[in-house]
Every structure is written in structure tokens, then in C-alpha cells.
Design a protein around this ligand. Structure first.
Ligand SMILES: CC(C)(COP(=O)(O)OP(=O)(O)OC[C@H]1O[C@@H](n2cnc3c(N)ncnc32)[C@H](O)[C@@H]1OP(=O)(O)O)[C@@H](O)C(=O)NCCC(=O)NCCS
Length: 166
């Protein structure tokens, strides 16, 4: 499946909310907050990169990158997520293409790295690795992953935007 991928526009906001809500609804780990989180980040000007995938003019997926915060004050850290694909179109690499393009944009910015909470079975294919010793307080260490972009051995705790927690 080869969607067109581009930055979100204002006209996409409602469709992003809808797809994210439906994609996460069956997920046992989801608290249902993901579509509202995207809106909170956007309203706060903290939605750094929001890419959407389109097929035949219809929005079929979205990925969010927001600023993340290193404990030592170093800059250039980002968080990936939420990411969602239209349920009927999942497992056809739409999510992978959204994530890979977003990560390419981070590399172009000379980002320090990207963090996320997610299933390592999926995100390891993009180079994310578990760093349980660097997991921020309150986050599940078994799902906390980092893709280091400037060094292979990050040694700083990087936290998500406070809006992730309401
Ligand atoms: C996760 C998601 C964005 C991936 O997009 P996609 O287009 O379906 O994925 P891709 O085609 O790139 O990759 C498919 C692979 O991801 C796996 N996968 C999908 N969701 C997964 C999840 N939550 N955890 C682990 N693996 C997952 C599929 O089993 C498949 O594995 P395979 O390649 O070994 O067969 C999409 O499946 C989705 O919207 N899921 C519901 C919302 C969600 O879980 N978001 C991520 C939360 S961390």
C-alpha cells in the first residue's frame, strides 16, 4: 500500500481524531485518551510533526512527534506517538511509512533521539531499543524505548511532554 504522506492541515483535525479513536478502541492497553492527547499537544503548540497518510484523497493514518525533555537540559529530543492506521488497512506498512518519514525528518533536524512507549516487537524494526534504566518515573520500563540518533549509548532520562498525563 503506497499512500501519499504529508504534514497535517487544519482540515485534517477531525479525521485524525476519528481514526485515532477507532484504531485504539480495541487495544487493551489504551485508556482512550490518545485522540484528545493529540488535540492537547496541538492546542499547546507542542505538536512538532504530525504526518498524515492519504489513499485516494482519504485520510488513513497519522503519526505524532512532540518535543521531549532531557533531564540534563540537552535539546533535540522527541517523542513518537500516538500513531494510528485505519483498522481495515492495518498491517500493510502504512504505519511503517509514516514512522520512517517522521524519523527521517528528525534526522534532518539533527535530533538527539526519539523516545516512545510501545511494543518492542513492533518498534525494534525502526531501531528503537529498550532502555529500562533510563525509563522516566511512572512510565512502564518494559515498554520504554529510545532511538538514539547522535550516539549509540544515551545516558540521560528523557521525559514526555507533561500533556501526555492529562
Ligand atoms: C500500530 C499501527 C500504527 C501500525 O501500523 P500498520 O500500518 O498496521 O503497521 P505495519 O504494516 O507497518 O506493520 C505491521 C506489523 O505491526 C504489528 N503490529 C501492529 N500493531 C501492533 C502493536 N500494537 N503491537 C505490536 N505489533 C503491532 C503487526 O502485527 C504487524 O507485524 P508483522 O509485520 O510482524 O506482521 C497500527 O497497527 C495501529 O493503528 N494499531 C492500533 C493503534 C496502536 O496500537 N498504535 C500504536 C500504539 S504503541
Amino acid at each position: 500500500m503506497k499512500p501519499d504522506i504529508r504534514l497535517e492541515q487544519a482540515a485534517d483535525h477531525a479525521a485524525i481524531y476519528d481514526i485515532t479513536k477507532r484504531a485504539f478502541a480495541p487495544m487493551p492497553f489504551s485508556d482512550g485518551d490518545e485522540p484528545d492527547l493529540i488535540n492537547r499537544l496541538r492546542d499547546a503548540g507542542a505538536l512538532d510533526i504530525s504526518l498524515v497518510a492519504e489513499l485516494d484523497g482519504k485520510l488513513v493514518g497519522q503519526v505524532t512527534f512532540s518535543e521531549a525533555f532531557a533531564a540534563d537540559g540537552s535539546k533535540g529530543w522527541y517523542a513518537l506517538g500516538p500513531v494510528a492506521v485505519e483498522p481495515e488497512l492495518q498491517s500493510q506498512k502504512i504505519g511503517a511509512q509514516l514512522i520512517e518519514l517522521g524519523l527521517a525528518m528528525l534526522r534532518e533536524r539533527d535530533a538527539a533521539g526519539c523516545v516512545l512507549i510501545g511494543n518492542p516487537a513492533y518498534y525494534s524494526r525502526f531501531g528503537f531499543r529498550l532502555f529500562p534504566n533510563l525509563s522516566p518515573d511512572g512510565e512502564p520500563a518494559e515498554y520504554f524505548q529510545i532511538l538514539p540518533l547522535r550516539t549509540t549509548a544515551p545516558n540521560v532520562v528523557v521525559s514526555f511532554h507533561s500533556l501526555f498525563h492529562g
